[in-house]
Design a binder for this molecule. Sequence first.
Ligand code: MGD
Ligand code: MGD
Ligand code: MO
Length: 603
Amino acid sequence: DRHGPDAFAMYVSASEYIEEYYVYNKFVKGCLGTNNLESSARLCWASGVVGLVQAFGADSPPCAYEDFDFADLFFVAGYNLAASKPVIFRRMIAAKARTGAPLIVVDPRRTDTAARADLHLAIRPGTDVALHNAIAHVLTQEGLVDEAEAQGLTENFDALKAHVADFTPQRAAQITDIPAEQIVDVARRVGRAQAGLFMWGQGLNQSSIGTRKVTTLLNLVFITGNLGKKGAGPMAITGQGSAMGLRKVGALPHLLPGFRTVADAQARADVAGVWGVDPARISPDNGKPINMILESIDRGEIKALWIIHSNPAATFPDSSWVRSVLPKTELLIVQDCYHPTETTRFADILLPGAQWAEKGGTLTNSERGLNLIERAVPPPGEARPDLDIVMGVARRMGFTAEFPYRGTEAIFEEYKTLTADRPSDIRGVTYARLREDKGIQWPVPTADHPGTQRRFMDRQLPRGKVRLSLTEHQEPGEGVDAEYPLVLITGLVAMQYHSRTRTGKIEALRRAMPEPFVELHPDDAEAARVQDGQWALVSSRRGTVRARAKVSATIRPGAVFMPYHFGESSGDRAAVNALTHRAFDESANQPEYKACAVKVVGD
Ligand SMILES: Nc1nc2c(c(=O)[nH]1)N[C@H]1C(S)=C(S)[C@@H](COP(=O)(O)OP(=O)(O)OC[C@H]3O[C@@H](n4cnc5c(=O)[nH]c(N)nc54)[C@H](O)[C@@H]3O)O[C@H]1N2
Ligand SMILES: Nc1nc2c(c(=O)[nH]1)N[C@H]1C(S)=C(S)[C@@H](COP(=O)(O)OP(=O)(O)OC[C@H]3O[C@@H](n4cnc5c(=O)[nH]c(N)nc54)[C@H](O)[C@@H]3O)O[C@H]1N2
Ligand SMILES: [Mo]
């Protein structure tokens, strides 16, 4: 009442049920009247999704998991599937053993994924755009592309050809540190493949040019015609379990349910009609991404923040800064299953949310498949499902008519009406059907529709044709210098999950990965006078962290790797994000977690 709707923001995760997102969206956008509903998908897949939208005109993944069985080439860029998606990784390796499809992995580190590759390109961090442009150069110069097909599928093939004409493998070799012959070899393999499956992860997304990295990879997919056939396409497998559901429901600052946008007056009217709210309530202005929400709090503009299912004091970059910002809120509500976490410590009000198995709802996976999760155990103590907590507050604020639901099925049924004739149409799905048709893939417009295994088999695309990306390489936001000579890559390990509020409590996992480590090349270890197994101090311009040295030639000289699972509650000077910097993707605002300048010394 005092500061207006935009003085409020809600920050949620990309791991929640569709019904939860639907309730948050209705409450924040339809009742409170602000679009400041943001999620940790920003930290996770924002560049990947914006890249798909730029190329396709829509965020609409075409592939099916079954495509692993039909592919004759796997191209994996900046993605450590062996650790991050072990089930899918095993499926890919099994398919490869049957079909002999080669695996190409682009990663500065020899990860467990790269160790299984037929060809591992140990790229200099941050330089993928140069690699992709050089591959496009070879493909177009050596006649490895069916030009008529490429012209038919894309709107600017000639412009791309001209753009990469001078971009020789020799030039790219200087930028990427990948030998020119290897680039040519990869390009020929990509050009010869009948059905190439292209996958990428945070090595592309988490960069100040993340969207460019993604769109230049998509160039390769589309000029080689890897769309509209089995085994081919951009296989965008997101990080968290509900990133796709989140987008469909529109729980992001610029979206409304059914892939509608807040800027579209007709969309606001349609959604307000179903929500039973005044269309004038829904703001036409995009809400803020999380980096801007935090900056806004810092400036005293946003006064109240409600965090659900997220731990930004551990997982956002430059965490010392985050910890200086959170206390500036007049009201900070945090809803988590555990306390203390790095973030709950700052809460004015702490609300106990139930975890996934203690509540129910639906999830959508990366092949658009829907699954119903039913409650397995009751929530402990005073914990309640997150959407019950939010609806309870909403009702006490007077929004009783808007939240009449008893149980999640009624919420699902209301959401469905907003998918009518939208790409994500699921009017043919009910909870009862989901108990039988597990993983049915949208669109499913009617009850007798079998679901849609693959999309765009007819190559009819939302915008007609694909827009190819004509972009150049640019160095990361923070360069190395004499004082901070090493590039820090942060990423995950198989034994831990995110900020460890859960996996850190499982004894076997804790024992397997008890403390932060820093992986560095023997040459860099020698220069730093650090030996394998010793404690080292890793410093950036923002802070210092203590980690166990792991000296190994699996990482390129000049780069060091640290897992990001450790926050300050893991111990004094354990918070890895105290090192990382606040540089964000130019189009998608995703943080650049994979390239800041550090030095390492023995402790
Ligand atoms: N065990 C476990 N599994 C998880 C998670 C977890 O915390 N633990 N988190 C889940 C989530 S939310 C996500 S988003 C996914 C993330 O899964 P991944 O994307 O596989 O994970 P990362 O380790 O962040 O990054 C992948 C790789 O990018 C490489 N890389 C760094 N810089 C560059 C570069 O400039 N170019 C290229 N080509 N590669 C580069 C890194 O060396 C790293 O091996 O995992 C999911 N699965
Ligand atoms: N340096 C660096 N930082 C990174 C990354 C990196 O590669 N490097 N990766 C980024 C990526 S890809 C991601 S996805 C983010 C993840 O960032 P976050 O989402 O902030 O990480 P989590 O640790 O999963 O935090 C989830 C919180 O929600 C709680 N929780 C779990 N289930 C529930 C529930 O059902 N209800 C409620 N209310 N709470 C629940 C957990 O206890 C935990 O505190 O981290 C990012 N941070
Ligand atoms: Mo993620």
